[in-house]
Design a protein around this ligand. Structure first.
Ligand code: FES
Ligand SMILES: [Fe+2]
Length: 399
């Protein structure tokens, strides 16, 4: 893209960032397809924003760890991080890089008392401190003093926990997340989702821009059409959906389901949720890359990482409310597995409905006829995240 065209696009985005909601439209198509915009997203969004790397429930016991990924601020790669619960029960996030010679320290998930590098066996405590390094007795530190493991630590990244989700940032001193999403906390705290138990998860790569997928997750308009064989099969909740404008770090809507639905309804042993909240689902984004479908019975969320303008890495997870896990519907030997299988089949079917549509959007965004028609009120959240992106990449909003 020539400098002149990029300047023109940025001027459009600057205008978009302050567009009133009654003029809501899609971001300019080049915002999705243009590598120069992805580079600005890296600099103004991924380099400093809070990125979700899992939930505290993923590492319930001391020594438990999972490896996750965050977008590189520089290129299309993903950077591996370790989420680990220390001997002191504190959850920390470290760059998954040995400070000796850059080996990747851990793969996958597991539990360990110490982190031992697979390359030359430097040993780290779970608070990141190096405590042993074999065959280093003849070595000096950079300042000439004798080598001492105490001088070496894994790089610890900032951590903030919100409603059981663990976030990290590649900025050394990011502005706190909680104040930016306080309005969302007020709405979702009633679900007590930090107590939901992780039961399944995985990764996928889809051929679309990461924003197309975030927008689709937040789009209350497409459900009655695209998901008429899944989410909208028993009843169409579109008319009962309340779309909220969100705040500086989030946006959301609430769909009220039929209380007789097979899912999206509180278990009888849930004595916390009241009234219509017993059969309401919150669909939310914590900017930039966490999208959440929070129900009284389970929680489905995605963390999105761009792998270029036209590919997105998706890490998804499913967690189930504790009273469901404790109930007869989950007990071993009864239909617990069938219940889980039913949810996973549903989510697979939902993905199979969404994927061709949003990969198709990605293709059409390249078209010289790519259009920007007016939004329905049900697309309010799509507009909200679009304005957030526009404000960030143009430097209008920053922390
Ligand atoms: S790279 Fe880890 S000990 Fe050498
Ligand atoms: Fe969808």
């Amino acid at each position: 893209m020539s400098t002149g065209r990029l300047d023109q696009l940025l001027a459009q985005l600057r205008a978009h960032a302050t567009l009133p909601v009654d003029r809501a439209v899609l971001l300019p198509p080049a915002t999705y397809t243009e590598p120069a915009i992805l580079q600005l997203e890296r600099e103004h969004i991924f380099a400093g924003e809070w990125i979700c790397v899992g939930r505290t429930a993923d590492v319930p016991d001391k020594g438990d760890y999972v490896t996750r990924e965050v977008p590189s601020p520089h290129d299309d790669s993903l950077l591996s991080v370790i989420l680990v619960r220390g001997d002191d029960a504190v959850v920390r996030v470290f760059s998954n890089v040995c400070v000796h010679r850059c080996a990747t320290l851990l793969d996958g998930d597991g539990s360990t008392a110490r982190i031992t590098c697979p390359y030359h066996a430097w040993v780290y405590r779970l608070d990141g401190q190096c405590v042993a390094a074999p065959y280093m007795q003849h070595t000096s530190e950079a300042d000439g003093s004798p080598f001492d493991p105490a001088n070496h630590r894994l790089r610890e990244l900032p951590t903030e926990v919100w409603e059981g989700f663990v976030f990290t940032s590649q900025s050394a001193a990011p502005a706190p997340l909680a104040p930016r999403i306080a309005g969302l906390t007020d709405e979702v705290a009633r679900y007590r989702m930090s107590g939901y138990e992780t039961v399944a998860g995985g990764t996928e790569v889809w051929d679309t821009n990461w924003k197309c997928l975030a927008e689709n997750f937040l789009d209350a308009y497409h459900v009655f059409k695209v998901h008429r064989s899944t989410f909208a099969k028993e009843s169409d909740s579109t008319g009962g959906t309340t779309v909220h404008p969100g705040g500086p770090g989030y946006t959301y809507h609430v769909a009220v389901d039929d209380p007789a639905s097979a899912y999206g309804v509180a278990h009888l042993d849930n004595v916390v949720l009241e009234g219509t909240w017993r059969h309401s689902t919150v669909l939310a984004a914590v900017y930039p890359t966490l999208v959440v479908q929070l129900q009284p019975d389970w929680l489905w969320y995605l963390v999105l990482s761009p792998l270029g303008v036209g590919r997105v890495h998706i890490r998804w997870s499913l967690a189930v409310a504790p009273e469901v896990v404790a109930s007869e519907m989950w007990s071993a030997g009864r239909d617990g597995d069938a219940y889980l299988t039913r949810i996973l089949d549903l989510l697979a079917a939902v993905n199979a409905e969404d994927r061709p549509v949003i990969e198709g959007v990605w293709n059409a965004l390249h078209h010289h006829d790519a259009a920007r028609g007016p939004f329905s009120y049900l697309e309010r959240n799509v507009f909200d995240i679009g304005r957030y992106i526009a404000a960030r990449v143009t430097g209008i909003a920053s922390d």
